[in-house]
Write a protein that binds this ligand. Structure first.
Ligand code: ATP
Ligand code: MG
Length: 229
């Protein structure tokens, strides 16, 4: 998709608890316009990752509704949801598989050239620096990746994913400042007209976002743009 239009999201009075624990999301209401770029902030444990997981239907809320483009999430098929929504979780998962397959699961059918471009864009070209190239085996029985490399792999998957909703959970955590700047610039480019929700602890680079939402105790307690907050 060269001109994604972005997905709109309506979260209405949503509450969610894990098992019989306390509310991780507590009556949260949030409206996100198509193509909006949102930074999600808040102290550890306030529910940021949980909120992203609700958007991918990893869990369903016990209360309230979440709509994607005006349709309840439950109405979307798993395949549709997966095709539209690109997720980079806080802990990027490495599959015991070839480098190619580790990328292809984000973007089935991509050509090798695309995969290599994405690796270069996130600074992982050295993974191609051997005889096996994209066939190199990763994970168990193969090459392990460092924390920073895993993040980059997650970002490469995000770049390759054709969906119009990007959910990124602290994608630059553990990367040095210079790399972070590069990656954020790249994300801006890739996210273009897509809807983007990015969890971050960093205050740098917030000016770029259309809106900053601050969470606490499972709710959005403050929002506005960089100047307003
Ligand atoms: P961080 O900034 O540390 O990543 P967060 O804002 O992403 O924090 P969440 O991971 O969403 O916070 O967690 C919200 C609350 O839900 C926390 O109290 C956490 O302990 C709890 N929680 C998260 N995942 C689970 C789980 N799988 N089972 C039970 N409780 C969980
Ligand atoms: Mg989290």
């Amino acid at each position: 998709q060269s001109h994604p239009t972005g997905a709109s999201i309506t979260i209405k009075d949503v509450s969610f608890r894990y098992g019989d624990g306390p509310c991780a999301i507590d009556g949260l209401t949030l409206e996100i316009g198509a193509g909006e770029h949102i930074a999600l902030l808040g102290r550890t444990g306030c529910g940021k990752s949980t909120l992203l997981q609700l958007l991918t239907r990893a869990w369903d809320p016990q209360q309230g509704t979440i709509q994607l483009n005006g349709q309840p999430l439950a109405n979307w098929s798993e395949a549709d949801l997966r095709a539209r929504t690109c997720v980079v979780t806080q802990r990027v998962h490495l599959f015991s598989a070839s480098l190619r397959d580790n990328l292809l699961l984000a973007a089935p059918g991509s050509h090798d050239g695309h995969l290599c471009d994405a690796l270069r864009q996130v600074g992982l070209e050295k993974l191609l620096d051997n005889d096996q190239g994209l066939n190199a085996w990763l994970g168990e029985g193969g090459r392990q990746l460092s924390g920073g490399e895993l993040r980059r792999l997650g970002l490469a998957r995000a770049i390759l994913h054709g969906g119009d909703l990007m959910l990124l959970d602290e994608p630059t955590e553990g990367l040095d400042a210079e790399t972070e700047q590069q990656i954020l610039a790249l994300l801006r480019q890739v996210a273009g007209g897509k809807t983007l929700i990015m969890v971050t602890h960093r205050l740098r680079g917030l000016a770029y976002f259309d809106r900053i939402c601050v969470m606490d105790n499972g709710q959005v307690i403050e929002q506005g743009n960089h100047q307003e907050l």
